[in-house]
Write a new protein. Sequence first.
Length: 113
Amino acid sequence: MCNALSAEKAVIWTILHGDIPCGVSREHFTHPMYRHCFDVVSGHCAKSAISVSDITDILESRGHRVSHVEQRVLKRLIRIRPSARIRRNIHVLVQALIDRHKGIPVHTEKLIN
């Protein structure tokens, strides 16, 4: 999981805080950690908080070893709420993931910086 903010990371960040945007699915994520996180978090009860150790335990039980870097990023994403700009533009970020998945060129840098 990279530390730079990407469209994938912004969408996962929003999902970790209980908002699963319409239209996003597992196949829209290219980074394995984000794909695995989507599986875990989208299946988790939105009414209860999920911790890094919950995510790590579930992922490791499914055969994905979570690195220290990935754990550190998850801790930060869970601890800090997504910014207002990300929350306002989440539909655009999701559409960027969908378009990229369909092979449509997308330049997300302008969306997240």
